[in-house]
Design a protein around this ligand. Structure first.
Ligand code: GDP
Length: 298
Protein backbone atom coordinates (compact mmCIF):
# COMPACT_ATOMS: atom_id res chain seq x y z
CA UNK A 1 0.00 0.00 0.00
CA UNK A 2 3.05 2.24 0.34
CA UNK A 3 3.37 2.15 -3.44
CA UNK A 4 -0.26 3.14 -3.85
CA UNK A 5 0.36 6.12 -1.61
CA UNK A 6 3.41 6.99 -3.67
CA UNK A 7 1.29 6.34 -6.73
CA UNK A 8 -1.12 9.17 -6.17
CA UNK A 9 1.32 11.61 -4.63
CA UNK A 10 1.17 14.23 -7.39
CA UNK A 11 -2.59 13.95 -7.73
CA UNK A 12 -2.99 14.44 -4.02
CA UNK A 13 -0.62 17.41 -4.03
CA UNK A 14 -2.59 19.03 -6.80
CA UNK A 15 -5.93 18.66 -5.03
CA UNK A 16 -4.41 19.90 -1.77
CA UNK A 17 -2.98 22.94 -3.57
CA UNK A 18 -6.30 23.60 -5.28
CA UNK A 19 -8.17 23.34 -2.00
CA UNK A 20 -5.70 25.53 -0.14
CA UNK A 21 -7.30 28.73 0.97
CA UNK A 22 -10.81 27.50 0.20
CA UNK A 23 -11.72 27.39 3.86
CA UNK A 24 -10.57 29.53 6.66
CA UNK A 25 -12.75 29.83 9.68
CA UNK A 26 -15.76 30.60 7.49
CA UNK A 27 -19.02 28.76 7.51
CA UNK A 28 -19.70 26.63 4.47
CA UNK A 29 -21.57 29.00 2.13
CA UNK A 30 -22.23 29.09 -1.62
CA UNK A 31 -19.03 30.95 -2.44
CA UNK A 32 -16.94 28.39 -0.55
CA UNK A 33 -18.79 25.54 -2.24
CA UNK A 34 -18.07 27.17 -5.62
CA UNK A 35 -14.38 27.22 -4.72
CA UNK A 36 -14.45 23.55 -3.70
CA UNK A 37 -16.20 22.58 -6.92
CA UNK A 38 -13.65 24.53 -8.99
CA UNK A 39 -10.78 22.90 -7.11
CA UNK A 40 -12.18 19.44 -7.87
CA UNK A 41 -12.62 20.25 -11.56
CA UNK A 42 -9.06 21.61 -11.74
CA UNK A 43 -7.91 18.33 -10.21
CA UNK A 44 -9.40 16.36 -13.13
CA UNK A 45 -12.35 14.86 -11.24
CA UNK A 46 -14.64 16.18 -13.97
CA UNK A 47 -17.72 18.44 -13.76
CA UNK A 48 -20.13 15.69 -12.91
CA UNK A 49 -18.25 14.25 -9.92
CA UNK A 50 -17.39 17.79 -8.77
CA UNK A 51 -21.07 18.82 -8.82
CA UNK A 52 -22.08 15.66 -7.01
CA UNK A 53 -19.49 16.15 -4.27
CA UNK A 54 -20.50 19.79 -3.91
CA UNK A 55 -24.18 18.84 -3.54
CA UNK A 56 -23.36 16.23 -0.90
CA UNK A 57 -21.22 18.69 1.08
CA UNK A 58 -24.00 21.27 0.91
CA UNK A 59 -26.60 18.75 2.01
CA UNK A 60 -24.58 17.64 5.02
CA UNK A 61 -22.81 20.80 6.17
CA UNK A 62 -24.24 23.99 4.65
CA UNK A 63 -23.92 26.91 7.07
CA UNK A 64 -21.72 24.95 9.45
CA UNK A 65 -18.19 25.74 10.50
CA UNK A 66 -15.71 23.48 8.67
CA UNK A 67 -11.95 23.24 9.09
CA UNK A 68 -9.58 22.54 6.21
CA UNK A 69 -9.02 19.08 7.59
CA UNK A 70 -12.71 18.31 7.93
CA UNK A 71 -13.23 19.49 4.38
CA UNK A 72 -10.52 17.14 3.14
CA UNK A 73 -12.07 14.26 5.02
CA UNK A 74 -15.53 15.06 3.73
CA UNK A 75 -14.25 15.19 0.14
CA UNK A 76 -12.44 11.87 0.62
CA UNK A 77 -15.64 10.27 1.88
CA UNK A 78 -17.62 11.49 -1.14
CA UNK A 79 -14.89 10.26 -3.51
CA UNK A 80 -14.99 6.86 -1.82
CA UNK A 81 -18.78 6.79 -2.27
CA UNK A 82 -18.28 7.30 -6.01
CA UNK A 83 -15.51 4.70 -6.28
CA UNK A 84 -16.90 1.86 -4.15
CA UNK A 85 -19.58 0.63 -6.60
CA UNK A 86 -17.07 0.24 -9.46
CA UNK A 87 -14.25 -1.53 -7.61
CA UNK A 88 -14.34 -5.03 -9.00
CA UNK A 89 -11.32 -7.31 -9.39
CA UNK A 90 -11.08 -9.42 -12.52
CA UNK A 91 -12.08 -12.87 -11.36
CA UNK A 92 -11.56 -16.19 -13.11
CA UNK A 93 -14.97 -17.86 -13.13
CA UNK A 94 -15.45 -19.10 -16.71
CA UNK A 95 -16.66 -22.62 -17.24
CA UNK A 96 -15.56 -24.21 -19.42
CA UNK A 97 -12.06 -22.76 -19.29
CA UNK A 98 -10.31 -20.77 -20.61
CA UNK A 99 -11.65 -17.41 -19.55
CA UNK A 100 -10.90 -15.22 -22.54
CA UNK A 101 -9.85 -11.69 -21.66
CA UNK A 102 -9.55 -9.29 -24.56
CA UNK A 103 -7.35 -6.31 -23.77
CA UNK A 104 -7.88 -3.14 -25.77
CA UNK A 105 -6.53 0.40 -25.69
CA UNK A 106 -4.54 2.90 -27.72
CA UNK A 107 -0.85 2.32 -28.37
CA UNK A 108 1.26 3.62 -25.55
CA UNK A 109 -1.48 3.31 -22.94
CA UNK A 110 0.40 0.54 -21.18
CA UNK A 111 -1.56 -2.33 -22.71
CA UNK A 112 1.31 -4.79 -23.16
CA UNK A 113 2.74 -4.11 -19.72
CA UNK A 114 -0.70 -4.44 -18.14
CA UNK A 115 -1.22 -7.82 -19.83
CA UNK A 116 2.02 -9.08 -18.30
CA UNK A 117 1.11 -7.67 -14.90
CA UNK A 118 -2.36 -9.24 -15.04
CA UNK A 119 -0.85 -12.59 -16.01
CA UNK A 120 1.48 -12.25 -13.03
CA UNK A 121 -1.42 -11.52 -10.65
CA UNK A 122 -3.27 -14.60 -11.92
CA UNK A 123 -0.14 -16.71 -11.53
CA UNK A 124 0.15 -15.57 -7.93
CA UNK A 125 -3.37 -16.90 -7.40
CA UNK A 126 -2.27 -20.22 -8.91
CA UNK A 127 -4.15 -19.85 -12.15
CA UNK A 128 -2.54 -21.00 -15.38
CA UNK A 129 -2.25 -18.29 -18.02
CA UNK A 130 -1.63 -18.09 -21.75
CA UNK A 131 -1.08 -15.00 -23.88
CA UNK A 132 -2.13 -14.37 -27.48
CA UNK A 133 -0.23 -11.78 -29.53
CA UNK A 134 -3.21 -10.35 -31.38
CA UNK A 135 -1.58 -6.99 -32.10
CA UNK A 136 0.01 -8.09 -35.36
CA UNK A 137 0.09 -4.59 -36.77
CA UNK A 138 3.22 -3.58 -34.90
CA UNK A 139 6.18 -5.97 -35.05
CA UNK A 140 7.45 -4.45 -31.81
CA UNK A 141 4.21 -5.36 -30.04
CA UNK A 142 4.65 -9.07 -30.74
CA UNK A 143 8.28 -9.02 -29.64
CA UNK A 144 7.52 -7.05 -26.50
CA UNK A 145 4.73 -9.39 -25.44
CA UNK A 146 6.94 -12.40 -26.15
CA UNK A 147 9.68 -10.92 -23.97
CA UNK A 148 7.24 -10.53 -21.07
CA UNK A 149 5.89 -14.05 -21.63
CA UNK A 150 9.41 -15.40 -21.43
CA UNK A 151 10.21 -13.38 -18.32
CA UNK A 152 7.19 -14.63 -16.39
CA UNK A 153 7.23 -18.10 -17.98
CA UNK A 154 3.82 -18.19 -19.60
CA UNK A 155 3.16 -19.71 -23.01
CA UNK A 156 2.38 -17.33 -25.84
CA UNK A 157 0.66 -17.94 -29.16
CA UNK A 158 2.01 -15.63 -31.81
CA UNK A 159 2.00 -15.27 -35.57
CA UNK A 160 3.90 -13.24 -38.12
CA UNK A 161 3.80 -9.47 -38.29
CA UNK A 162 0.81 -8.52 -40.42
CA UNK A 163 -0.81 -11.90 -39.74
CA UNK A 164 -4.52 -12.32 -39.13
CA UNK A 165 -5.27 -11.60 -35.45
CA UNK A 166 -8.46 -13.67 -35.57
CA UNK A 167 -6.55 -16.77 -36.66
CA UNK A 168 -4.01 -16.28 -33.86
CA UNK A 169 -6.87 -15.99 -31.39
CA UNK A 170 -8.42 -19.13 -32.86
CA UNK A 171 -5.16 -21.07 -32.39
CA UNK A 172 -4.74 -19.67 -28.89
CA UNK A 173 -8.20 -20.72 -27.72
CA UNK A 174 -7.60 -24.22 -29.07
CA UNK A 175 -4.23 -24.46 -27.34
CA UNK A 176 -5.60 -23.06 -24.07
CA UNK A 177 -8.54 -25.46 -24.20
CA UNK A 178 -6.25 -28.45 -24.85
CA UNK A 179 -4.03 -27.51 -21.93
CA UNK A 180 -6.88 -26.65 -19.60
CA UNK A 181 -5.52 -23.14 -19.19
CA UNK A 182 -7.52 -20.94 -16.82
CA UNK A 183 -7.02 -17.55 -18.41
CA UNK A 184 -6.21 -16.57 -21.98
CA UNK A 185 -5.23 -12.92 -22.26
CA UNK A 186 -5.42 -11.51 -25.76
CA UNK A 187 -3.48 -8.44 -26.88
CA UNK A 188 -5.14 -6.44 -29.67
CA UNK A 189 -4.12 -3.60 -31.96
CA UNK A 190 -4.69 -0.08 -30.69
CA UNK A 191 -4.95 1.86 -33.89
CA UNK A 192 -7.62 4.40 -33.12
CA UNK A 193 -6.53 6.54 -36.07
CA UNK A 194 -8.10 3.89 -38.26
CA UNK A 195 -11.33 3.28 -36.44
CA UNK A 196 -13.07 1.38 -39.23
CA UNK A 197 -10.27 -1.17 -39.62
CA UNK A 198 -9.90 -1.57 -35.90
CA UNK A 199 -13.63 -2.10 -35.53
CA UNK A 200 -13.63 -4.75 -38.27
CA UNK A 201 -10.62 -6.48 -36.75
CA UNK A 202 -12.13 -6.63 -33.27
CA UNK A 203 -15.47 -7.75 -34.69
CA UNK A 204 -13.75 -10.60 -36.51
CA UNK A 205 -11.91 -11.65 -33.35
CA UNK A 206 -15.25 -11.64 -31.53
CA UNK A 207 -16.90 -13.73 -34.26
CA UNK A 208 -14.17 -16.37 -34.15
CA UNK A 209 -14.21 -16.45 -30.35
CA UNK A 210 -17.99 -16.72 -30.28
CA UNK A 211 -17.88 -19.72 -32.57
CA UNK A 212 -15.51 -21.55 -30.22
CA UNK A 213 -17.35 -20.50 -27.07
CA UNK A 214 -20.54 -18.43 -27.11
CA UNK A 215 -19.51 -16.81 -23.81
CA UNK A 216 -16.18 -15.53 -25.14
CA UNK A 217 -14.76 -13.00 -24.79
CA UNK A 218 -15.68 -13.09 -21.14
CA UNK A 219 -14.01 -9.76 -20.48
CA UNK A 220 -13.11 -6.80 -22.64
CA UNK A 221 -10.71 -4.72 -20.61
CA UNK A 222 -9.86 -1.19 -21.72
CA UNK A 223 -6.45 0.10 -20.63
CA UNK A 224 -6.36 3.86 -20.09
CA UNK A 225 -3.38 6.11 -19.44
CA UNK A 226 -4.23 8.50 -16.59
CA UNK A 227 -1.62 10.93 -17.93
CA UNK A 228 -4.10 11.75 -20.70
CA UNK A 229 -6.52 13.31 -18.22
CA UNK A 230 -9.89 14.09 -19.76
CA UNK A 231 -8.78 12.56 -23.10
CA UNK A 232 -8.75 9.19 -21.40
CA UNK A 233 -12.48 9.65 -20.92
CA UNK A 234 -13.18 10.23 -24.59
CA UNK A 235 -11.30 6.99 -25.30
CA UNK A 236 -13.90 5.19 -23.20
CA UNK A 237 -16.63 6.54 -25.50
CA UNK A 238 -14.80 5.46 -28.64
CA UNK A 239 -13.86 1.98 -27.40
CA UNK A 240 -17.35 1.36 -26.05
CA UNK A 241 -18.57 1.97 -29.56
CA UNK A 242 -15.79 0.08 -31.34
CA UNK A 243 -15.40 -2.95 -29.11
CA UNK A 244 -17.75 -2.97 -26.16
CA UNK A 245 -15.99 -2.58 -22.83
CA UNK A 246 -16.69 -4.59 -19.68
CA UNK A 247 -14.09 -3.02 -17.41
CA UNK A 248 -11.16 -0.67 -17.04
CA UNK A 249 -7.56 -0.65 -15.90
CA UNK A 250 -6.01 2.79 -15.44
CA UNK A 251 -2.22 3.02 -15.75
CA UNK A 252 0.57 5.46 -14.91
CA UNK A 253 -1.04 6.78 -11.76
CA UNK A 254 2.44 6.97 -10.26
CA UNK A 255 3.81 9.78 -12.38
CA UNK A 256 0.83 12.04 -12.93
CA UNK A 257 -1.08 14.79 -11.15
CA UNK A 258 -4.13 13.81 -13.20
CA UNK A 259 -5.21 10.77 -11.15
CA UNK A 260 -8.49 12.53 -10.43
CA UNK A 261 -9.59 11.29 -13.84
CA UNK A 262 -10.13 7.91 -12.20
CA UNK A 263 -12.95 9.46 -10.18
CA UNK A 264 -14.35 11.14 -13.30
CA UNK A 265 -14.37 7.79 -15.13
CA UNK A 266 -16.12 6.05 -12.24
CA UNK A 267 -18.75 8.77 -11.97
CA UNK A 268 -19.47 9.20 -15.68
CA UNK A 269 -19.33 5.60 -16.91
CA UNK A 270 -19.90 3.34 -13.92
CA UNK A 271 -17.76 0.65 -15.59
CA UNK A 272 -15.96 -1.77 -13.27
CA UNK A 273 -12.40 -0.70 -12.45
CA UNK A 274 -10.35 -3.87 -12.10
CA UNK A 275 -6.94 -2.59 -11.15
CA UNK A 276 -4.58 0.37 -11.31
CA UNK A 277 -1.05 0.67 -12.68
CA UNK A 278 1.41 2.43 -10.40
CA UNK A 279 4.75 1.70 -12.06
CA UNK A 280 6.61 -0.13 -14.79
CA UNK A 281 7.51 -3.27 -12.89
CA UNK A 282 5.69 -6.60 -13.06
CA UNK A 283 4.15 -6.24 -9.60
CA UNK A 284 3.06 -2.63 -10.13
CA UNK A 285 -0.55 -3.51 -10.90
CA UNK A 286 -2.65 -3.04 -7.78
CA UNK A 287 -6.12 -4.22 -6.92
CA UNK A 288 -8.39 -1.19 -6.89
CA UNK A 289 -9.13 -0.31 -3.27
CA UNK A 290 -11.67 2.56 -3.35
CA UNK A 291 -11.28 3.69 0.26
CA UNK A 292 -7.51 3.69 0.10
CA UNK A 293 -7.47 5.57 -3.20
CA UNK A 294 -10.01 8.14 -1.93
CA UNK A 295 -7.96 8.75 1.20
CA UNK A 296 -4.80 9.11 -0.83
CA UNK A 297 -6.27 11.51 -3.38
CA UNK A 298 -7.96 13.85 -0.89
P1 GDP B 1 1.26 -0.29 -25.18
O1 GDP B 1 1.81 0.42 -26.39
O2 GDP B 1 -0.11 0.21 -24.86
O3 GDP B 1 1.34 -1.75 -25.24
O4 GDP B 1 2.13 0.25 -23.96
P2 GDP B 1 3.32 -0.43 -23.15
O5 GDP B 1 2.83 -1.53 -22.31
O6 GDP B 1 4.43 -0.71 -24.09
O7 GDP B 1 3.69 0.78 -22.20
C1 GDP B 1 4.15 2.01 -22.68
C2 GDP B 1 5.13 2.59 -21.66
O8 GDP B 1 4.41 2.90 -20.45
C3 GDP B 1 6.22 1.61 -21.25
O9 GDP B 1 7.41 2.32 -21.10
C4 GDP B 1 5.75 1.08 -19.91
O10 GDP B 1 6.80 0.69 -19.06
C5 GDP B 1 5.03 2.28 -19.34
N1 GDP B 1 4.00 1.94 -18.36
C6 GDP B 1 2.98 1.06 -18.45
N2 GDP B 1 2.24 1.07 -17.33
C7 GDP B 1 2.79 1.97 -16.48
C8 GDP B 1 2.48 2.45 -15.16
O11 GDP B 1 1.50 2.06 -14.50
N3 GDP B 1 3.31 3.39 -14.65
C9 GDP B 1 4.38 3.90 -15.35
N4 GDP B 1 5.13 4.83 -14.77
N5 GDP B 1 4.68 3.47 -16.59
C10 GDP B 1 3.91 2.53 -17.15
Amino acid sequence: SERVFGGFRKTSERLATNLTGVVGTAKLDDATLDDVEDALIMSDLGPSAAARIRAKLAEKRFGLQISANELKEAVAEEIATILRPVAKPLEITAFPRPQVILVIGVNGSGKTTTIAKLAHLFQEDDYSVMLAAGDTFRAAAIGQLATWADRISVPIVRGPEGGDPASIVFDAVKAATDRGTDALIVDTAGRLQNKRELMDELAKIRRVLGRLNPEAPHDVVLVLDATNGQNALSQIDVFKEVAGVTGLVMTKLDGTARGGVLVAAAEQYGLPIHAIGVGEKIDDLRPFDPDLVARVIA
